[in-house]
Design a protein. Structure first.
Length: 277
């Protein structure tokens, strides 16, 4: 397929065709996501939880993100790959934000970066965009502020809170973002933002009225049997099939059923005879 670009995503919004987006953290999954024709792959700092086993995203560093984003890019050269700016890589100053966003472009060859926050981050967004780097915004439930938000909780559920998110979206758009992600907010609020904005608005737990949808790949594939948020739909139960394969392997090794002859390398008869002498 052709390379997914910002004009292509804008065209999809204009034609009211849904944009498909999913997270990806490594090469094998990116290969499959590319094969499935997913438009956007987010190498999210959610890898802190899905890949590294932390209980949040705060410990994730730029170095970790770059290694993973580069692997995703190698697996999915034609998807629109977004590198997620980890905690403290953009909040300290617009200068640091530009330097770290630039690292994503230079070292991982991503198509875009994403960062969390609205009005408070507008200056950093403007500086990154001025450096020629596309930016996706992220509003609503912003996991890097979980402590300030009082936990992983849905946002924008009062009219006042909804207005703040709508104003944040307008500020991000004015600062030059190419798209905005809305996480865990009521569909009615996401609808207002989607209708007002000229750039594609993507939902993760923000309902059906947006220009596209995102899910975390480990959640939708059912990698874990632990809690998943309300907005997750499990399209597979990999947890069970992987566990079944591991159990079967263990059992076959222990009883000597693996490896079989077909898994072994042959040797010419005369060489075998010499070996026996
Ligand atoms: O890191 C991530 O995967 C994200 C999504 C949950 C929105 O930011
Ligand atoms: Na993230």
């Amino acid at each position: 397929r052709a390379k997914v670009t910002i004009p292509y995503l804008m065209e999809k919004k204009a034609k009211k065709e849904q944009i498909t987006m999913i997270t990806g953290y490594d090469y094998p999954m990116a290969l499959l996501e590319e094969k499935a024709g997913i438009d956007i792959i987010l190498c999210g700092d959610s890898l802190g939880m899905t890949v590294y086993g932390f209980d949040g995203t705060l410990p994730v560093t730029m170095d970790m993100m770059i290694v993973h984003a580069a692997a995703v890019k190698r697996g999915a050269p034609n998807a629109f790959v977004i590198g997620d700016m980890p905690f403290l890589s953009y909040q300290v100053s617009p200068q640091e934000a530009v330097r770290n966003a630039g690292r994503f472009m230079k070292e991982a060859n991503v198509d875009c970066i994403k960062l969390e926050g609205g009005i408070a981050m507008a200056e950093a967004v403007r500086a990154i965009v001025n450096a020629g780097i596309p930016v996706m915004g992220h509003l609503g439930l912003t996991p890097q502020s979980t402590s300030a938000l009082g936990g992983f909780k849905a946002q924008g559920r009062s009219a006042e809170a909804a207005y703040r998110i709508i104003e944040d979206a307008a500020a991000l758009e004015a600062a030059g973002v190419c798209s905005i992600l809305l996480e865990a907010i009521p569909p009615e609020v996401a609808k207002i933002i989607t209708e007002k904005s000229k750039v594609p608005i993507i939902s993760i737990g923000a309902g059906i009225h947006c220009d596209g949808q995102l899910l975390i790949v480990h959640d939708m594939l059912g990698f874990f049997d632990r809690f998943v948020p309300k907005f997750v739909k499990k399209y597979a139960n990999l947890n069970a099939s992987i566990l079944e394969a591991l159990n079967q392997y263990k059992e076959e090794v222990e009883k000597g059923a693996f490896p079989a002859k077909e898994h072994c390398y042959g040797m010419p008869e005369e060489e075998l005879n010499k070996l026996k002498d």
